[in-house]
Design a protein around this ligand. Structure first.
Ligand SMILES: [Zn+2]
Length: 298
C-alpha cells in the first residue's frame, strides 16, 4: 500500500512513487532517497546488481537476493526488493543503514519522514515555546483555538528535530498554563541554545492574512527570524508580512537567541482553512525546522 507522502531531509518529495508498505515492511524508492542525499546509484553493467556510492562508501545489492554487500561486508536486506517503473524499492532498514538515516511514519498525515542526523544539530538543545495554554486560549476563530494549534505544531516540530539529532524541550505541556516569566526561567534552566515561540495572529478583518516572525535587539535573533520566516513562507505560501522587531516579554527576557513566529491569522479567509489542515501544520513545522537548521549550520 503506497504511502501518500515522503519527506526527505526536511523537504517534501513531490514524485509519484513514495513509500510502500508490503507484508509489514516499509519499502522506499532507493534512487529518490539516494539522489536527495547526494549519493550515486548505478546498475553494474551486465548484471542485476545495483551499486550505491555515498561519500566513498559502497553498497551493492541485487534484486532477489537476501543479502547486500556494504563495504565488502554482508548485511541482511531485511525484506523484499522490487522494481516498479524502473524504480528500485528497498526496505527502509537497509536504506537507513546505508545512508545513516532515521525514519518515522506519521499516521495522521500518512507520511514517511527520513532524516539525516545533522552534525550541526546534534547535542543542541532547542526549546519550543507553544504560545498560551491552560485558561489562556490565545486567539479563537471558529473551531480553531490558538493554544491547541500552537501545541500541535510544536509537537510536529519536536518530532522532526528529534529525528535529526537535536534535543528538544518544551516551555509547557499540552494543556498546561505557564506564565511568561516561568517560561523564561525554564529556558535559563534548560541551558537551551535557542528558543522558537509559536503563535498565531488574529484581526477583525478576514482579508488580513500572512506570516510574521519577530526578534528583539540581537543580530543572531534577527538572522534566525529571517531563516524561519523564509522557510515557513516557502512551505505555506502565505503572505509575507515580514520579519519584525518587537519587545515582547519572551524576546526581551530570554537569555538565549529567541524568535517568535506568528504563522498565520486564525481569522484570515486564506489562513484559517490552512491552519485547520493537519498537513499544512506539518508543513509549518517543516518550514520552522529548515529555518532552525539553516541558522545553526550558517
Ligand atoms: Zn499568541
Amino acid at each position: 500500500m503506497m504511502v501518500r507522502r515522503l519527506l526527505i531531509n526536511g523537504r517534501i518529495w513531490e514524485g509519484e512513487i513514495t513509500a510502500d508498505w508490503r507484508e509489514g515492511v516499509l519499502l522506499l524508492p532507493l534512487s529518490v532517497v539516494a539522489e536527495r542525499l547526494g549519493a550515486r546509484l548505478q546498475w553494474v553493467a551486465g548484471t542485476d546488481e545495483l551499486e550505491i556510492d555515498k561519500d566513498g562508501s559502497k553498497l551493492r545489492l541485487s534484486v532477489g537476493q537476501e543479502e547486500a554487500s556494504m563495504q565488502g561486508e554482508r548485511v541482511p536486506i531485511g525484506g523484499p526488493i522490487y522494481v516498479t517503473e524502473n524504480v528500485v524499492m528497498a526496505p527502509v532498514s537497509l536504506i537507513c543503514r546505508c545512508f545513516d538515516l532515521r525514519w518515522a511514519y506519521l499516521k495522521d498525515v500518512d507520511a514517511v519522514v527520513l532524516s539525516r542526523r545533522e552534525p550541526a544539530l546534534s547535542g543542541k538543545c532547542i526549546m519550543i515555546d507553544a504560545g498560551h495554554g491552560g485558561e489562556d486560549s490565545g486567539a479563537i476563530s471558529g473551531d480553531i483555538v490558538e493554544s491547541e494549534l500552537n501545541w500541535d505544531i510544536a509537537q510536529r516540530l519536536a518530532n522532526i528535530l528529534n529525528l535529526s539529532g537535536a534535543e528538544v524541550q518544551y516551555t509547557r505541556g499540552e494543556r498546561q498554563a505557564m506564565s511568561l516569566s516561568q517560561r523564561v526561567n525554564l529556558v535559563r534552566d534548560a541551558g537551551a541554545d535557542l528558543v522558537i515561540s509559536i503563535h498565531q495572529n488574529s484581526f477583525a478583518q478576514a482579508e488580513i492574512n500572512g506570516t510574521e516572525t519577530y526578534w528583539y535587539s540581537s543580530w543572531p535573533a534577527r538572522r534566525l527570524a529571517e531563516c524561519v520566516q523564509n522557510h515557513v513562507l516557502e512551505e505555506l505560501e502565505t503572505v509575507n508580512r515580514g520579519v519584525r522587531e518587537a519587545a515582547f516579554y519572551l524576546l526581551r527576557h530570554s537569555p538565549v537567541v529567541t524568535v517568535l513566529a506568528k504563522l498565520g491569522f486564525v481569522t484570515g479567509c486564506h489562513d484559517h482553512p490552512m491552519l485547520g489542515s493537519i498537513w499544512m501544520r506539518e508543513r509549518a513545522a517543516l518550514g520552522i525546522f529548515r529555518g532552525i537548521r539553516e541558522y545553526i549550520e550558517g
